[in-house]
Design a protein around this ligand. Sequence first.
Ligand code: HEC
Length: 343
Amino acid sequence: MQITRCASLFFLLTVICYSPTMQAHDPITTKVTFNKEVVRILERRCQGCHRDGGYAPMALETYDQVRPWAKAIKEEILERRMPPWNAAQGFADFSNDRSLTPLETELLVDWVEGGAPVGDAKNLPKPKSPDDDAEKPGLVVAGESSAPVKESRWISAWRFTPAGGAIQSAEFWIEDAAKKKTYLGNWSPPEQFVEWPDGVAQQLPAGSRVIVALHYVDNSAEASPAPHPPVSKNRLELFFSSKAPAHPVRHLDLACGANTIPSGLEALAVYPQNAMEMEALLPNGSMDVLGLFRPDFPSYHPTYFYRQPIAIPAGARIAAHSVDNKASCKAILAYSAELRRRR
Ligand code: HEC
């Protein structure tokens, strides 16, 4: 009697513990679950592209979407192909670095190797509610250009929301009344909110307008390529600072070879359009690496934002060279005037 009760209790416990996660061929050998650790890592590092209507070919949002990709995910992250990030580690530190940390990689690999269990639904993160207190943009550009602004404004932040996964990248320009164009910024997936450091902003002069240049994913090889989403569905939001900043943002075009700089400056961000390496050659003979951008994901060109602005003194030069023998280097460096340092 006792043995039977014990045995049936054991059977019951086995069913309770294992039935929700049981897979036909994969015994569960890990405590890491989708609903607890994995979904949070995917949310932080992957879903910006891997979501419904996103840039990547498949969504990685729900367990059912992710489970068939488990083995591929392990392979992609161990080979460091995902998430795409062309900046080599250990050369310059970027605030928008989306690479997985060693712990995140370990958790994902453990999960895949341990049978990819779903876990308890009560551990799922709460859905995000829209932020009602979010600051309202000062200007919204829906489509390819805004109307000319009446008075001069200072752009301290911006956000671009593409009309769908067909948009591979976008560039933003300021065009003045004489049709002279000044670079403003670019967008690459996943969508990002860009905010310059305190006291740094770019001027949008009176009478000028903002232009959005869209680049689409090449789907010409597909049998029946989907039509592009309406241009007016793309949305660039610009946020203005209330007063003129101490340090206006400017941009410098870099090419292969030694580039002279206009004055001492603080490098804020760099937008490399090729695989290339860049370093600042300082007047005292030393060198500061500004970044090594590999050709791993050739169609992917985000802007890389320095975690700390890099001071480059007057008299320095910026050397740029190709790292994939294409002999082409094209990059735009965003900078502000040299911040005055306390002695
Ligand atoms: C910047 C956008 C972006 C981010 C972020 C991103 N991916 Fe991807 N991913 C892509 C694109 C685009 C493809 C299709 C690649 C191709 O066709 O070359 C892809 C393909 C994949 C594939 C399929 C590879 C195959 O076998 O075909 C896997 C698996 C994957 N990603 C996993 C991940 C994981 C896991 C993360 C987060 C840790 C991630 N991705 C983050 C854009 C992204």
